[in-house]
Structures are given as C-alpha cells and as structure tokens.
Ligand binder design. Structure first.
Ligand SMILES: Nc1ncnc2c1ncn2[C@@H]1O[C@H](COP(=O)(O)OP(=O)(O)OP(=O)(O)O)[C@@H](O)[C@H]1O
Ligand SMILES: [Mg+2]
Length: 239
C-alpha cells in the first residue's frame, strides 16, 4: 500500500526552479532513502511534502489523501534539518510541549517523555534548559520529539549529520526498532555506510531532478556510495 505519492512536483524559490517534475512513491513499512549531493533539493522536497512550503504544481498524496489532513498530521513525525528550539525550555518541557498536540493522558505523556529521554540517552539532561545543550544533544531531543506520537510515517532530514559513530549507532538502532514495528521512514542523509543495510529503497535527486527513482537497495550489487557516485558522475557526463 502506498503511503506517499509525489507526482510531477515543481517548485521555484526566489524565481529559481528548485524542483523539476519530482516523482516517486513510498510503500507502507519501507525505509526510503532520499539521497542527493548538497543543494540537490532534498530539504525542499521534504518541506513540500509536509506542507511547509507551497508547491507550484504537481500532486502529493499522504495516506492516499490529497494534501495534509488533520488526521494524517497525527500520524506523521518530522525531524527538521535545522533545529531551532525554545532555548529556555528544558528537554522534558520541550517534549511535554510537543506531546500536548496528541491525545495522551497526563500520565501517559510523562511515561512517554521518560521513555524517549532514555532512548536518546538524555535522561540526565532532561531538566537542563535547551540553551545549555550541545548541537548533538539538540539533535537527539529533536529525534525524540519526532517519534513522540509513534508516527506511521517518519520524515528525517539529515538525522545523522555531525554525529560521531556512537550517536550514529544510537540513531540507527532507533531506526531499526521503528522499522521492526512497521513504521515507514523517509529520510535524507549523506552518511551512506551507516544506513545502507536498513534501507529498502532509494531515490537519487541531483541538480533538482530525480535521476534514480525508487530503486530496491537489494538489487544494487556495488556499495551504495559507489552506486551514488557513478550515477551522479554519469548524469554529469551526459548533460
Ligand atoms: N529560500 C530560497 N530561495 C532561493 N533558493 C533557495 C532557497 N532555499 C533553498 N534554495 C536553493 O534550493 C536548492 C535546493 O536546496 P535544498 O535545501 O532543498 O537542498 P538539499 O538537497 O537539502 O541540500 P543540503 O544537502 O545542503 O541540505 C539549492 O540550490 C538552494 O540554493
Ligand atoms: Mg537539506
């Protein structure tokens, strides 16, 4: 069953066309990797899907409905690339604030917050204000908020960026356990080696065009890094 379908998506920003006819679809339960060099249009595509920017033309369906309904928003999680946060809230308060958008009882929410802090290894920092968190701690608290509602589909924009191998492993373990629960995961990352064994499909976007669409990772015989570099280089040669 398709949970996300992007058709002929076009988007311009400040008079410059950023996305040209982006097409792909994601099936329920897939871990889908949206890959591309810097400035390829990955974040813009994700923002279009999540309704954070308006699209120029094309269509986006999530859970088989056009555009984002209130009901589908409840089933979505999102970790953005740039983490702007309420710096005077503590980690616990930030998660509580985010959790209040969903239907938790107060007791359920407190339980959930403790479970998440433990999951992202922030249990000792929960009462410290976010302004005292390192960049890496902020990324982890963002990851925690993105899964507070046990989303059916989770969007992650560069979840591993800047993390050392220990934290990358922590993120990967969280992704593996979500995948085992059947969560659909759609993410952008440049960190190829860490996640290739948990991804089902990839699309590659380059120079604002999809150059590889929904390819099964298991059908790729070389390393993903090699595959990615080869595809981008052959596109460059041909253009
Ligand atoms: N507000 C804007 N106005 C004009 N151009 C923009 C704007 N935001 C992004 N762009 C351009 O859109 C293109 C795609 O940007 P986007 O952030 O989607 O790429 P990305 O693939 O996520 O890159 P990165 O790997 O650096 O995160 C880039 O060429 C960028 O310069
Ligand atoms: Mg980006």
């Amino acid at each position: 069953m398709k949970v996300l379908e992007v058709k002929d998506l076009k988007k311009s920003l400040s008079g410059k066309q950023i996305l040209h006819d982006v097409n792909f679809s994601v099936q329920a339960g897939e871990v889908y990797w949206f890959l591309g060099p810097n400035w390829a249009g990955k974040t813009t595509t994700m923002k279009c899907i999540l309704g954070l920017v308006n699209i120029d033309s094309g269509s986006i369906k999530i859970f088989n409905t056009e555009w984002l309904t209130q009901e589908s928003k409840y089933k979505i999680g999102f970790m953005p690339e740039n983490t702007y946060l309420y710096k005077y809230l503590t980690g616990r308060e930030f998660l509580r604030f985010n959790g209040k958008f969903f239907d938790f009882t107060p007791e359920e929410l407190e339980r959930k917050i403790e479970e998440l802090l433990l999951k992202v290894w922030l249990q000792d920092a929960g009462d410290k204000p976010l302004k005292s968190y390192s960049k890496w701690m902020l990324q982890r608290v963002w990851l925690a908020q993105s899964i507070i509602n046990d989303p059916e589909i989770l969007f992650l924009d560069e979840p591993m960026w800047g993390l050392d191998p220990i934290w990358r492993k922590m993120v990967k373990d969280i992704l593996v356990s979500l995948k085992e629960k059947g969560t659909t995961i759609f993410f952008n990352t440049h960190i190829l080696a860490d996640v290739e064994d948990i991804c089902d499909k990839i699309s590659i976007i380059h120079r604002w065009n999809i150059i590889v669409e929904s390819k099964k990772v298991s059908s790729i015989k070389k390393s993903l890094e090699q595959f990615f570099v080869d595809k981008v280089m052959s596109f460059e040669k041909a253009s």
